[in-house]
Design a protein around this ligand. Sequence first.
Ligand code: KG4
Ligand code: ZN
Length: 310
Amino acid sequence: MVASQIELHAPHGGVVPELAARAHLEAIGPTVEAALAALPGGWDDVDAVSVTRGPGLVGCLVVGAAWAQAAALARGLPVAGVSHLAGHVYSAWLAEPGFEPPYLALVASGGHTECVLLRDHGEAVRLAGTRDDAVGEAFDKVARLLGLPYPGGPAVERAARDGDAARFPLPRTRLEGAFSYSGLKTAVRYAVRDLGEGGLTARGTPADPAVVAALAASFQAAAVDQLVDGLEAAVERTGAQRVAVVGGVAANAALNGAVRRRLAGLRVVVPPLSLCGDNAAMIGAAGWHRLRRVGDESGFGVDPGLDEYA
Ligand code: KG4
Ligand code: ZN
C-alpha cells in the first residue's frame, strides 16, 4: 500500500513542499488503515512502529514522526526513528531473503547518490557521495529540458528506448571517491540550446521527437556509466562480494543491466520496483534492526538534513 502524490505535484513539474505536507497529513491515517487491513488482527498484530526521522521535507517528516509516536503511545508499542537512507539500504535485505551485511549499496535516488558499505547492522560507512546534484535529480531536470513529464526518471527511460545514444556524445565526469552530475546536466542544456530556434518548440524544448529520444538515450548512457564507474571503484576498494542497487533510480533497466554486466560474478541485488521508490516497508525493515540494537526511542524529533544510515 503506497500513497502517491505524483498527480498532485505533476502540474508544478516538481514537489511543492507546502502541498506535500498537507497531502501527507490527509493520507497518513487512511494509508495505515489500508495497510493494516492485510493483518487478521489489525493493530493487535503490530509489535512496533517505525518511521522516517530524516532526511526529507520538514513538514512531511513532522507529520509522519508525530503520527507514528502518537500511534505507538496509544497502543503501548515501541517506536523507532530511522534514516530514510537506511531504509533504502535495507530494501535489498527485505527483497532478498538471506542477503545480510556486509554488503555494498549504491543509493541512487532523487536526493542522494552514494556508495555505502553496510559492514554490519547499524554500522555503515559512506564511501562516495555527490559533489552537486543527485542522479535522480539530474534525470528530473533533463526531463524538463526535453519537455518530458514529471517524474523525469521513468519518462527519460521510456524516451531513451527509441533513441540513438551516439547522436549527441555527452561527457562523463569521473572523480575519485565522488559523483557529480551538474556537468552532464549542463551538457544536455547546451545540446538543446545548440539546436537553435528552428529546432525548438515555443517552450524551448526540442521539437523533433527523434532528437528528444537521442538526447534521453545519450544522457541515460552517460549517467549510468558514471554510476557504475563509481560503484566499480567502491567494489575494488572494499573487496565487496555482495552489492545492492537501491533508491528510485534503481528502477532503471539500463542501470540494472549495466551493473549485472560489469559486476558479473558478484552477488547483485536490485529490489523489485515496488521497493526501489520510497516506501514504508523499507522503513519497517530498517526500524526492526534499529529496535533490536537501541530499543524504544519515543520522544525523538525530526532532522531534515539527517546524514547518516542508522
Ligand atoms: O528514492 P526515491 O523514490 O525518492 C527519493 O528519496 O528521492 O527516488 C526518486 C527519484 C526521482 O528523481 C525519479 O526521477 C527517479 O528516482 N527515478 C528514476 C526511475 N524511476 C524513478 N530514474 C531513472 N530511471 C527510472 N526508471
Ligand atoms: Zn528515497
